[in-house]
Design a protein around this ligand. Structure first.
Ligand SMILES: *[C@@H]1O[C@H](CO)[C@@H](O)[C@H](O)[C@H]1NC(C)=O
Ligand SMILES: *[C@@H]1O[C@H](CO)[C@@H](O)[C@H](O)[C@H]1NC(C)=O
Ligand SMILES: *[C@@H]1O[C@H](CO)[C@@H](O)[C@H](O)[C@H]1NC(C)=O
Ligand SMILES: *[C@@H]1O[C@H](CO)[C@@H](O)[C@H](O)[C@H]1NC(C)=O
Length: 366
């Protein structure tokens, strides 16, 4: 069940009294629907947290400490809504706040001290502003030991802010002007699981990703990388490197990465020469996207791979040995989807053994 699902169910259980009453499924479903549309999605989109009704008695105090520019609805005592109102600065955040919504304004900088009382902040949402790196001091975020989510995407930052809290789990800083990443930028962020850096101007990650022990999702699409970042984090599951300038793959890039399932490298400059013989022959990978590159041959893949995208290359030959070294009853490829359109292969180039080797395929596009 999703987070919403649990939340709604808990709210419902609390107000209807799950233990004493057993309503029919129909009532339950329509209750969930009305609850979801009125309460959770209603006026404050983006707030995924249940309101705390017990705090409502203290309503006057809550309203008094709310900055004039913002809304602090009593039903959401830990949230401050300041988005989409042409703000040019971040208002001082009261100490009780956990979630601050500041997206879609004209904020260019962050004054030191605005978060100093709100040491319990868990989310700071600041995307779609005009933030500049030289108008954010190194100390602004550093004293927030509970901060988990920081959204800074679609701003004008030219570097990742220094002194980010080590508690971060989800950092979104895509669509900025970041060109360099000093090696220590993300040091010690042991809980960071998702890092979005797409659409920047990064040429090299300088090993800055190595210490991210929990990182599973890394998006570096649309940067200026000329090689696969060295020393990738150990638990990576999804790696997005589309729209860069990568021409070659290191031989050991996928070795010893049991967690890596999805690798996307489309719209790069990869040639046959850039792929060492068994670089992609690893057992854990499920999806490999090499479309829109400069390949003339189908690279050797492992029989466990399920999705292979090779469209829009210059492939001239359908080589069975790329998929199956041996073909018989017990040896075949698990490939489900194979995309080869916009290459130089026609249906009559596919040898008859392909049927046996690719017997699991549900979708082959030529
Ligand atoms: C910040 O916290 C201090 C100490 O709790 C308090 O005295 C002060 O009034 C707070 N500042 C604001 C602007 O709320
Ligand atoms: C990382 O998460 C764990 C578990 O939630 C927590 O106990 C720990 O304090 C966090 N580490 C940091 C540096 O915040
Ligand atoms: C892939 O590697 C394995 C060893 O890990 C090897 O036995 C197999 O023949 C290789 N596959 C191909 C198609 O070369
Ligand atoms: C072919 O299948 C058999 C039975 O599963 C297995 O023992 C053998 O290693 C396979 N050969 C290759 C080259 O994968």
């Amino acid at each position: 069940m999703t987070m919403y699902g649990w939340l709604v169910l808990l709210l419902w259980a609390g107000s209807v009294g799950l233990a004493t009453q057993q309503p029919d499924t129909q009532t339950w479903l329509s209750y969930l629907r009305s609850r979801a549309s009125n309460r959770v999605y209603g006026r404050y989109p983006g707030n995924y947290y249940a309101s705390n009704y017990e705090d409502e008695e203290d309503e006057s105090a809550e309203v008094l400490d709310c900055p004039l520019e913002c809304d602090c609805p009593s039903a959401y005592p830990y949230a401050m809504y300041c988005h989409s109102r042409n703000l040019r600065h971040v208002p001082f955040v009261p100490s009780r706040m956990k979630y601050v919504y500041l997206q879609n304004n004209q904020i260019t900088g962050i004054t030191d001290g605005v978060f100093d009382n709100a040491t319990g902040l868990v989310w700071i949402i600041l995307h779609m502003n005009q933030l500049k790196s030289d108008k954010i001091s190194n100390k602004v975020f550093s004293k927030l030991p509970k901060l988990e989510r920081l959204f800074l995407y679609h701003n004008k930052l030219d570097r990742i802010p220094q002194g980010l809290p080590r508690s971060l789990r989800d950092l979104r800083i895509n669509h900025n002007d970041i060109s360099s990443m000093p090696a220590d930028t993300l040091r010690g962020m042991v809980n960071l699981t998702a890092l979005r850096l797409q659409s920047n101007a990064i040429k090299d990650t300088n090993g800055a990703l190595e210490s991210l022990q929990s990182l599973t999702y890394l998006d570096l699409r649309g940067n200026l990388l000329t090689k696969i970042p060295d020393r990738l984090p150990p638990k990576l599951n999804q790696l997005y490197l589309e729209y860069n300038r990568i021409s070659a793959i290191p031989a050991d890039f996928l070795r010893n990465r049991p967690e890596l399932r999805f690798v996307r490298l489309s719209h790069n400059e990869i040639t046959d020469k850039g792929i060492p013989p068994n670089a992609f022959n690893v057992t854990n990978l499920m999806e490999l996207d090499l479309s829109y590159n400069k390949l003339e041959k189908i690279p050797t893949i492992n029989t466990n791979l399920m999705n292979l995208y090779l469209q829009a290359n210059h492939i001239k030959e359908f080589s069975i040995s790329s998929f199956c070294r041996v073909v018989d009853m017990a040896n075949y490829s698990n490939l489900r989807v194979l995309r080869l359109e916009a290459n130089e292969i026609r249906a009559h180039d596919v040898p008859p053994e392909a049927l046996l080797c690719l017997r699991m395929a549900t979708n082959i596009n030529l």
